[in-house]
Design a protein around this ligand. Structure first.
Ligand SMILES: Nc1ncnc2c1ncn2[C@@H]1O[C@H](COP(=O)(O)OP(=O)(O)OP(=O)(O)O)[C@@H](O)[C@H]1O
Length: 337
């Protein structure tokens, strides 16, 4: 069990500031995802927790105790990397044992911990293989197993699924959620640029933008009440439609932009519609049909319709936002409530 606190944490490389004034508290046993576009600083923040990067300013604390100067090996943290970082010449068992053996743990204890982790991750039949004889998903499970056996206070994941294909990604996601349930006291921090991963796994999501925290909240808080246009656009797929306020003055009520998610647009009578547009493209995905419209003013709007919808290219649709589902943003990008 370990809580983490960031107080005014900053990171500079020479003249370049990559993280600025990060304030955040993560509770014991929480699963938190850091998400944001490439270069927003999420990996740097994770590496600072691990002790792989120094802290330029501010303080990081575990259970209230400052760790800025504590060596990486003494922080009680395990990290799982995108590229697995397994030793290619060692068997799976050896890879999992390695950290414990060099710490001087008795052989029988090491073997018991490896067996338990292997059982949790269904790695038993693979223990005598080498990493080169495993699929990408299996290698990542070994990397996770190696992290588990150390019984870390805090578990860090740096884009662990990004080298896997879509099917394996989904399966490994489920395993990580299972792992979280099997290790209820362990605090987990998961870095990803994929908001779907963050939404499906995390208790809370930290959305980062340009070295700062844009918003912290549960997946559904971020989805329903994005604090900024950036968060609104980042969370949800396809992304929220954002339209110039002055083109929709009744809905905008003076806001610079309005936003409505594709799933919250519904067919309406012309006089009750928020917008209308001509269908340019139809994607039939089975359970849902996604239509791309162009409005008379040239804005592109995406709408999710029923899978059985018979909409086709060239149709003109009149659409309204479901009650309470319209978002408004000021010129500085902040949500207007
Ligand atoms: N050693 C370094 N020296 C200088 N700049 C660096 C160094 N490491 C990272 N940066 C810069 O810091 C910024 C944040 O990098 P970071 O890797 O944390 O981003 P990220 O959000 O994890 O992105 P990605 O998803 O692409 O990994 C980037 O602009 C990057 O170029």
């Amino acid at each position: 069990m370990a809580s983490l606190t960031f107080s005014g944490v900053g990171k500079r490389y020479g003249e370049t500031s990559v993280l600025d004034a990060i304030d955040l508290s993560i509770g014991s046993g929480e699963f938190v995802a850091f998400v944001g576009p490439s270069g927003c600083g999420k990996s740097t923040l994770l590496r600072m927790i691990a002790g792989l990067e120094s802290v330029t300013s501010g303080e990081i604390a575990i259970d209230g105790a400052r760790i800025n100067e504590v060596h990486a090996s003494r922080r009680g943290i395990s990290m799982v990397f995108q590229n697995y970082a397994l030793y290619p010449h060692m068997t799976v068992r050896r890879n999992m044992e390695y950290g414990l053996r060099i710490s001087g743990m008795p052989k029988a204890d090491v073997a018991a911990k490896v067996e338990a982790a292997a059982a949790m991750l269904q790695l038993g039949p693979l223990l005598d293989r080498r990493p080169g004889q495993l699929s990408g998903g299996q290698r990542q499970r070994v990397a996770i197993g190696r992290a588990i056996v150390r019984e870390p206070r805090v578990f860090l994941f740096d884009e662990p699924l990004s080298n896997l294909d879509a099917g394996l990604r989904a399966a490994t996601r489920v395993e990580i959620v299972r792992l979280k349930e099997a290790l209820p006291g362990t605090t987990m921090i998961y870095v990803t640029h994929d908001q779907v991963e963050a939404m499906t796994m995390a208790d809370r999501i930290v959305v980062m933008d340009g070295g700062r925290i844009a918003q912290v909240g549960s997946p559904l808080e971020l989805y329903h009440r994005p604090a900024t246009r950036f968060v609104a656009n980042f969370i949800g797929t396809p992304a929220m439609n954002l339209l110039p306020g002055p083109r929709h003055p009744t809905a905008a009520q003076g806001a610079a932009e309005i936003g409505v998610r594709p799933e919250h647009l519904v067919p309406a009578q012309p006089d009750a519609a928020l917008l209308d547009g001509v269908v340019m493209l139809v994607e039939r995905l089975g359970e849902v049909t996604v239509a791309h419209l162009e409005t008379p003013a040239g804005d592109v709007v995406i709408v999710k319709l029923a899978g059985s919808s018979d909409v086709s290219r060239g149709d003109r649709l009149h659409l309204a936002a479901e009650p309470g589902k319209l978002h408004r943003f000021a010129a500085d990008g902040h949500a207007v409530r």
